[in-house]
Design a protein around this ligand. Structure first.
Ligand code: UDX
Length: 744
């Protein structure tokens, strides 16, 4: 076993030495000084690598292949894979071969591009419904000299449709023709990126030098001129962030030593695997900026290592976080690698690593948190650093921080500009065919349209028949959810109109019965669905709950010591649905408790009660609405009876009725049974009575009207400041200013 301790840049001489020493029967253990060359040289040291191939399929059975049959493909069709070229008698220490590639900020003095400025191809990989924020991001990045290649998750009908409508007119914008359902952490994310890069390389009319990927939750912290200046200075470099810890730990944490298979929008973990030896495995962030030559090598390069890695990463979790890094470390581009992803990422691992994606991937992955106003100084602190973007931002959670950042970057918005503190996010669109809408949500939307019609009819003595729900928008003011905007069509005095109504929630405060001892820590209780353990909010922003909702309790506490509390759920009939012990951690704390009741939940007024030592400490009421619609059509009588009668047997495996001696409940079984029989108009009236306890109509407008609206003095929606049709200049895409090359 030779130990070769190497230093300097004399690669060719070192290779001669290596060849002179080499025999397959001996071993070569190589250490390279940490500021010296990277792994690459030894792949080409004249050694015929021994090959070791393995095969597997989606059932996780792996077989060793004979060298003779080890080409880049395994025999057989069904998902067989082959990977791992293994140097049998070379072991690289994997230590210290990162090149020292320090980069510095280049000050950009003017809003002009330097001579020979690079052109950047941005790949925007988009998901969700935050159209207006996505347009702001596009505007902040836009320059006529750069390119914008947009991939929208194939399941996002609304976002794709609207972006194509509004952005396809720019010659430097292109939409990925093949769209994938790029699940979180999925193998498809890398396939999508490689396909996008391949497509970009094939576009002869787009003369780009760098490719850089971003998502809808990124935002720049420097101007497009700063970025262009910087990349022009370092035009031959490749920017990828490495994990910065020891490699074996990274491999374990990342699940790189497991085979994953993406199928039915899920990453299935199949089993353990061994990684190819003799190469350096690296990885970190999947936000990258690649030079065209490296991007071209990754897509079109033809060598065994690249082929093997492409195969391996097709079966890898979070592949884009490691594929490019591993390729660059082991390729002739290794000296162009800069350990920087140009991003400031808001990692708060305590909140962001809660296995929140386990319904999508068989793994516990982490996500960064959203930036909020209080993080502004951290964001501004990047001014002198090689940081051009930050993530994550969500306007529905905190838009103020984005407004402030924008003002720092490109100057203040004009005083009194409409809509600056307002944010609209679409929640429903009638043209979406495959997007599922929760039946409870749809029931509320219809109830809002009926209540609006009833009110206008009563006030104005006219006739309005609402028919179709067309759009629903979440509306927030200064980062507080103000209400829901429901836009529906209706026949009014024989003519069809589109009407938008602004519904505001009635706040249902938590009743606090005791402030003695640990009870004094309680801030609030809230019941909802789709709790996000990272941002600690319910993603069901309208709090629309129905019999099939998977409810949970959010409990928020101030400073104090850890203690236990009993959570008791009581349904509208007075049935104690369940009782659970919850630990309230020390310090400021937000907890979530999911009772996982057997459905359907009985419709009506529920309470959740908190007790310490069986003394009532606080309670919160909430409402389960009966359903008027299932799968966007009216509910049938049989479906209504089944949905509104409460669960078969108990809500949990056991009966909690013996707790009635300590929990005060009123027996309303007979009333609930009668309600459960309701259908037709009676059912609608019941729904509207309950929803009116939760929401009130703030204002109603008419979308456009060539004739005067015959049922009350409604404003035109575009003239209001709240409607989804109201002006919102910060997100509007104007034309290109020829002086600056940016969008006005
Ligand atoms: C974080 C890290 O920032 C990222 O580097 C890592 O890959 C995963 O964890 P996170 O905020 O959790 O990212 O992921 P998110 O922004 O939700 O998604 C990453 C990318 O996948 C985005 O471009 C997003 O648009 C896309 N995506 C996500 C989809 O296309 N469809 C989905 O269903 C989910």
């Amino acid at each position: 076993a030779f130990i070769l301790t190497l230093n300097g840049r004399s690669l060719r001489q070192t290779k001669r030495l290596f060849k002179a020493l080499f025999h397959v029967n001996h071993y070569y253990y190589i250490h390279v000084d940490s500021v010296s060359i990277c792994n690459y040289g030894f792949k080409y040291a004249g050694v015929q690598y021994g090959k070791e191939c393995w095969c597997g399929n989606e059932y996780g059975k792996y077989g060793q292949l004979h060298e003779a049959s080890c080409s880049s493909k395994c025999p057989g069709e069904s998902g067989a894979l082959c990977g791992g070229y293994k140097a049998q008698n070379i072991y690289h220490t994997g230590l210290g071969e990162k090149p020292n590639n320090a980069v510095h900020l280049v000050s950009s003095l003017s809003e002009e591009f330097p001579k020979n400025a690079v052109r950047i191809a941005f790949i925007l990989t988009l998901n969700g419904r935050s159209l207006r924020q996505t347009k702001r991001l596009f505007k902040a990045l836009f320059h006529v000299n750069h390119y914008y290649y947009i991939h929208v998750d194939s399941r996002q009908e609304y976002l794709y449709r609207e972006l194509v409508n509004q952005l396809a007119r720019f010659p430097n914008v292109r939409f990925a023709p093949v769209r994938m359902s790029t699940i979180w952490g999925g193998a498809s994310l890398l396939q999508m990126l490689l396909t996008c890069i391949k497509d970009l390389l094939a576009m002869k009319d787009w003369n780009w030098h760098f490719v850089l990927n971003l998502s809808e939750s990124d935002y720049p912290v420097k101007t497009i001129w700063d970025l262009t200046n910087f990349l022009t200075m370092y035009r031959h470099k490749n920017f990828l962030k490495s994990h910065g810890r020891d490699t074996p730990r990274f491999i374990k944490k990342q699940g790189l030593d497991r085979t994953f298979y993406e199928c039915d929008t899920h990453m299935w973990r199949l089993g353990t695997r061994s990684l190819p030896d003799g190469i350096r495995i690296d990885g970190g962030s999947d936000w990258i900026a690649l030079s065209r030559p490296f991007a071209s090598y990754v897509v079109h390069g033809d060598d065994a290592l690249l082929d093997g890695l492409k195969t391996m990463y097709r079966y890898t979790l979070l592949p884009a976080e490691s594929f490019f890094h591993t390729v660059i470390q082991n390729s002739k581009f290794c000296t162009t690698f800069v350990d920087n992803n140009l991003h400031l990422t808001n990692w708060r691992r305590k909140q962001g690593c809660k296995c929140q994606y386990k319904h999508i991937v068989d793994w516990c992955g982490c996500s960064p948190n959203d930036f909020k106003q209080e993080d502004l100084s951290r964001l501004l602190g990047t001014a002198e650093k090689v940081t051009f973007f930050a993530r994550k931002f969500e306007a529905i959670v905190d838009q103020t921080v984005i407004n402030k950042l924008d003002a720092v970057l490109y100057g203040d918005y004009p005083k009194g500009m409409p809509g600056l503190d307002l944010y609209w996010q679409h929640d429903f669109h009638h043209e979406d065919i495959n997007t599922k809408t929760d039946d409870a949500y749809f029931t509320f939307y219809h109830s809002f349209s009926r209540q609006t019609a009833d009110r206008l009819e009563t006030l104005n003595r006219c006739s309005i028949t609402p028919d179709e729900i067309r759009e629903v928008t979440l509306f927030s003011e200064s980062d507080t959810m103000s209400g829901i905007l429901v836009l529906f069509s209706a026949v009014v005095e024989g003519r069809r109109y589109q009407i938008e109504t602004y519904m505001k929630p009635k706040h249902k405060p938590t009743k606090i019965h005791s402030v003695i001892g640990p009870a004094g820590r309680l801030v609030s209780l809230q019941v909802g669905t789709n709790f996000d353990p990272k941002e600690l909010v319910f993603r069901n922003f309208g709090n629309f709950l129905g019999p099939y909702s998977d409810i949970s309790l959010r409990h928020e506490w101030g400073q104090g010591k850890e203690f236990d509390v009993t959570v008791v759920w009581v349904d509208p009939a007075g049935v104690i649905a369940g009782s659970f012990e919850e630990t309230v951690n020390q310090g400021v704390y937000v907890g979530a408790h999911k009772p996982q009741f057997q459905n359907p939940l009985r419709p009506g007024r529920w309470t959740v009660r908190l007790l310490t030592d069986w003394h009532l400490m606080a309670e919160q009421e909430f409402f389960i609405l009966p359903l008027s619609h299932i799968n966007k059509r009216k509910i049938t009588k049989d479906e209504a009876l089944a949905a509104h009668k409460g669960p078969e047997g108990f809500y949990k495996e056991k009966d909690f009725s013996d707790l009635q001696s300590v929990i005060l409940v009123t027996d309303k079984k007979a009333e609930c049974e009668k309600n459960g029989q309701k259908f037709g108009k009676d059912l609608f009236d019941w729904i509207d009575t309950l929803s009116a306890q939760l929401w009130w109509i703030e204002e109603t407008c008419v979308v456009e009207s060539s004739t005067s609206f015959p049922c009350g003095d409604l404003r035109i929606c575009a003239d209001t400041d709240w409607s989804s049709r109201a002006p919102d200049p910060k997100s509007e895409i104007g034309s290109v200013d020829p002086r600056t090359g940016r969008i006005e």
